[in-house]
Design a protein around this ligand. Sequence first.
Ligand code: DAH
Length: 360
Amino acid sequence: MSDLSALESEIAAAVAQAGDEAALEVVRVGALGKKGSVSDLLKTLGSMSSDERKEKGPLINGLRDRVTGLLAERRTALKDAALDARLAAERVDVTLPSPESALGRGRVHPISQVIDELTTIFGDMGFAVAEGPDIEADFLNFTALNFPVGHPAREMHDTFFFNPDANGERKLLRTHTSPVQVRTMMSQKPPIRVIIPGRTYRCDSDQTHTPMFHQVEGLVIDKGSHMGHLKWILEEFCRSFFEVDNVKMRFRPSFFPFTEPSAEVDIQCSRKGGEIRFGEGDDWLEILGCGMVHPNVIRNCGLDPDEYQGFAWGMGIDRIAMLKYGMPDLRAFFDADVRWLSHYGFRPLDMPSLTAGLSV
Ligand code: DAH
């Protein structure tokens, strides 16, 4: 039996030495595994005489039970030690101020903010958002909008053209969001009530022009839509967008090939000390073009102008963003300068809403 106690001390020493759970598992397999030293001893019981088994059985089984106990005890101790070490290493001082998260540091670009504001206001009036591609066919950007081929109005758009394709067709970067009016009328049945925010392109660059800029188009087509509705929508929009109780607007006759009659809209402002304020003063500032959709355009889109009529408007998003938030140079919008963005940008979780405020 001294063999048994020697084996027991050997196993006990190995258990005590095991520094982690993996090492302890090796010891367990060596003793109690299929071919372990204690398992081998248990196997010998079968071939013993009953007297011998009576004597050795309790000794060997006792050894197994004690080894099992030692292993379990050591495993618990190792687990506790590992947890203590982790708790010490990953100590958190809950009294420290919380660091600003990446989400808190990021800023929403004023253009994205203004698009969110626009869609919130027009969404509330029942408008859906429509979109179209930046690379457009000449037909949709010009011809379908009643720009006759060779008409000088095409030249006024400073268009970026692509090289002609195999069929001789020259695609272009859309010069306005108006081609999406055509796409919408061609694909939806009236009543139509959409706004179309998006990127537009013209070969032009100075303090208030960049080759890529943004517009938002509005389109309403139904049986009885008229200029009175247009005026109300635009007034309501300006009041809401510029967050003032009353804005005076002035509709000046103008010309666009795709509207008849056409108008440009100025809003009342004051320009004291170089600062523009809306809803007061006796100055005027032009903010958009609009009109009744030309019967030719309605016809070009496959609708009957004797049955349907409506109105449209187009507005520079960058321009109204500059006006609302007092940003003097449009080019800075697209410089990707983090200092500019952290000054003029918006906190991502302050989503514009009509109830909480558009520009909190
Ligand atoms: N597409 C015009 C432009 O870029 C803006 C415009 C004027 C759009 C009148 C309209 C409109 O829908 O009715 O200059």
